[in-house]
Design a protein around this ligand. Structure first.
Ligand SMILES: Cc1cc2nc3c(=O)[nH]c(=O)nc-3n(C[C@H](O)[C@H](O)[C@H](O)COP(=O)(O)OP(=O)(O)OC[C@H]3O[C@@H](n4cnc5c(N)ncnc54)[C@H](O)[C@@H]3O)c2cc1C
Length: 382
């Protein structure tokens, strides 16, 4: 099949690599001049790797990621460092961490030169016909995959957009050389309307994120100074990580998710994938994992279905169900983690401390489970 993909983010690139390996003729349109990633670190759980393995990409991503996080004591603690929930090394769902830019490069390296057309903004067809318009020219396909992110133009064009919602908090991310900051502990510290997360990366680097409850677009003035003041009294190595991160390596993003999920993620011969279909808050660390699951599901269903329409129907059914769970779960996790009032924080902390680590591990394992599609029955193919 000829397949056009709008967007060379993680979702678009994984789909492109999987589809082209199956012999499809793939073109990827990316509006940015270079399809490189803006971002810092990323965690991918076992579900993402199961999906990557199913389409032959697991080792590509393992090669640029580290499993150090799973070998550390992790969980949630108070700003003082006292553990609320402590997950012993090796007992949580398998997780690997990596730098986004390195993931993008590794995925791009799997694609033939010229497959990604950078600097090309593509528009989907309002009727769901498998065509895209690029620089005024119509390009024809058998299928169009819209992996164009949270503010997906295709989702709007196909009448599936229900808006984007500000989650109520803003996040800073940084990457720094470790210099022995981590010892053998990682995870998140939760305060009142404030959170700090620490993740080891390959090559002794550390990815950290700081999250504050704030108005959308709030102006914090000198942000590095504000972060040092806000988190300067938190447990080690948080102040040292902030001090070690150059201002130029600091990223800030207000956190959004889809206000409501689209009623369908298929329109004719067009399909939404990744954040375009189900952008969720990053509180479960599953957004990219879901984009990867989408891509693998699509590749496998197209591989086994006689005709694409049956595969798309099954994709819509499977992926909307899975994404709905994680989209809701991410919102809930964000509300709990960002609790701000003294009463809410006190209640949260008491409940967290009462929770056995085993229960937290089982809940995380339920989230990190991907079920490979069993194919489309012959009766469903046309
Ligand atoms: C602070 C933060 C931390 C996160 N941490 C994690 C984590 O640890 N683990 C995890 O799994 N997820 C995490 N996520 C979520 C994850 O980053 C996203 O879910 C994931 O990157 C979505 O990938 P995507 O390919 O669907 O979309 P995107 O990465 O947004 O890619 C969309 C691409 O489409 C392009 N595009 C858009 N419109 C057009 C057009 N008309 N024509 C051509 N190109 C177009 C864009 O330029 C972009 O390159 C985090 C998110 C945030 C904000």
């Amino acid at each position: 099949m000829r397949i056009g993909i709008i967007g060379a983010g993680i979702g678009g690139l994984v789909a492109a690599a999987g589809l082209q390996a199956d012999g499809h003729d793939v073109t990827v349109y990316e509006r940015r001049d270079a399809p490189a990633a803006v971002g810092a670190g990323l965690t991918l759980f076992v579900n993402a790797f199961a999906a990557l393995d199913a389409i032959g990409l697991g080792d590509t991503v393992r090669a640029v990621s580290a499993d150090a996080l799973g070998r550390m004591r992790s969980g949630q603690r108070r700003p003082s460092g006292r553990w609320l929930v402590s997950v012993p090394p090796g007992s949580g769902p398998a997780v690997r961490s990596l730098h986004r830019a390195e993931l993008h490069s590794a995925l791009l390296a799997r694609l033939p030169a010229g497959m990604v057309r950078a600097g090309s903004t593509a528009q989907a067809d309002p009727g769901g016909a498998p065509v895209v318009t690029v620089d005024g020219a119509l390009e024809r396909f058998d299928l169009v995959v819209a992996a164009d992110g949270i503010r997906s133009g295709a989702r709007r064009t196909w009448g599936l957009d229900r808006g984007v919602r500000y989650a109520g908090y803003t996040a800073w991310r940084g990457v720094t050389a470790s210099r022995g900051h981590l010892a053998d502990e990682a995870g998140e510290a939760w305060g009142a309307g404030a959170r700090f997360g620490i993740v080891p990366l390959p090559d002794d680097r550390v990815y950290w994120f700081a999250v504050l409850t704030a108005a959308e677009g709030a102006d914090f003035g000198d942000e590095p100074a504000m972060l040092r003041e806000r988190f300067g009294g938190w447990h080690a190595p948080i102040p040292a990580l902030l001090d070690a991160t150059p201002t130029s390596a600091l990223l800030r993003h207000d956190i959004h998710d889809l206000a409501a999920l689209p009623p369908r993620c298929v329109a004719g011969r067009g399909v939404l994938l990744g954040d375009a279909a189900h952008a969720m808050t990053p509180d479960l660390g599953q957004g990219a994992g879901q984009a990867i699951e989408d891509a693998a599901t699509l590749v496998l269903l197209l591989r086994h279905a006689g005709a694409p329409d049956a595969a798309l129907r099954e994709y819509d059914r499977l992926r909307r169900r899975r994404a709905r769970t994680l989209w809701h779960g991410s919102r809930l996790a964000g509300r709990v983690a960002q609790a701000s009032s003294p009463a809410a924080v006190a209640t949260r902390d008491v409940l967290m401390r009462a929770m056995p680590a085993g229960a937290a591990v089982r809940a995380a394992a339920r989230v990190a489970r991907w079920q490979e599609p069993q194919g489309v029955s012959p009766g469903e193919s046309r």
